[in-house]
Design a protein around this ligand. Structure first.
Ligand SMILES: Nc1ncnc2c1ncn2[C@@H]1O[C@H](COP(=O)(O)OP(=O)(O)O)[C@@H](O)[C@H]1O
Ligand SMILES: [Mg+2]
Length: 281
């Protein structure tokens, strides 16, 4: 179910003097099974873009084709779209509200009108896939740690069995350990399932090690689109738009400038390590 975005523009407060063009003629195709990082500094339009993909926000102009069908067509089933394109909001734990963890995760599938048995099955599977142990199922979501709450919120979306999973800054506000846990969890979901995953972040470091493709947004436009190596080759231009590349990019460039024959396209710590060891003979 590829997603094609064509000339997508979004203007907040279109008919007011405070109009903000948050998306400016975005053109993109997202193919099945891709693992994509969407990067950009605060205010670049990331959240606005992803909220279009499940029809929460409507474009000012342009179109979105899901599986070849324009979601803005008359009579298009937006409810079905929302169950296929799962969106985990930033700080999703703010949306936990049920009395216990299990009921919270059941909420989505229940709304799909599934049988009670299937709802429970889906919730159990989703909670297992995010590593929440059975002992916590009957606890209030508010008694969990920050990282656990977030995993429960992700489970709530997974229980809808989406084809596409979008996570808006899923590591925001977590400590380094919580961050790594969430990123490893997402990577695990990507390898085990056939889901298309779109990971929104303002940190290159977060996505470099994980994704196959990076989209860089600036001022409502997609300015780079490529593999991590292709995108980080623009590390100077990325700095100009307020985005730091992974630390290893700088280390390799510094070593290169100092006369060592290291690989300037290394984007992960492992690649950099190998290249540096090689350069040292
Ligand atoms: N509800 C809104 N009303 C008006 N302007 C908004 C609203 N939400 C976002 N914006 C503006 O749209 C632009 C893009 O914001 P956003 O999509 O939230 O970016 P990001 O997620 O990359 O931080 C920013 O200039 C922001 O101030
Ligand atoms: Mg945002």
């Amino acid at each position: 179910m590829p997603i094609q975005i064509e000339h997508l523009t979004h203007i907040y407060g279109d008919d007011t003097t405070l109009a903000v063009k948050a998306l400016d003629d975005i053109n993109l195709t997202i193919s099945d099974g891709e693992f994509i990082g969407l990067i950009g500094h605060t205010g670049s339009g990331k959240s606005t873009l992803v909220q279009h993909l499940n029809g929460l926000l409507k474009a000012s102009s342009g179109s979105i084709l899901f599986d070849g069908q324009n979601i803005y067509d008359k009579g298009y089933d937006l409810k079905a779209l929302r169950s296929q394109v799962g969106l985990v909001f930033q700080y999703p734990e703010h949306q936990l509200f049920e009395i216990d963890v299990f009921s919270d995760v059941c909420f989505g599938p229940k709304n799909l009108g599934l049988s009670e048995e299937e709802v429970k099955e889906r919730a159990t599977k989703a909670l297992e896939s995010v590593g929440i142990p059975k002992e916590l199922y009957n606890q209030s979501p508010f008694d969990l740690s920050g990282g656990q709450k977030r995993r429960v919120a992700i489970a709530g979306v997974l229980a809808m069995d989406p084809k596409v999973l979008i996570l808006d800054e899923p590591t925001a506000g977590l400590d380094p350990q919580g961050r790594e846990e969430i990123l490893d969890l997402i990577k695990g979901l990507q390898t085990k399932s056939h889901m298309t995953i779109l990971l929104v972040s303002h940190s290159m470091e977060d996505v470099a090690e994980y994704v196959d493709r990076i989209l860089v947004m600036n001022h409502g436009r997609v300015v780079y689109d490529g593999t991590p190596k292709e995108v980080f080759a623009h590390y100077k231009e990325l700095e100009d738009i307020g985005l730091a590349c992974p630390q290893v990019t700088y280390v390799c460039h510094d070593l290169h400038d100092a006369g060592f024959d290291v690989d300037l396209t290394a984007t992960t710590v492992d690649e950099a390590k190998e290249s540096i060891l090689r350069a040292l003979g």
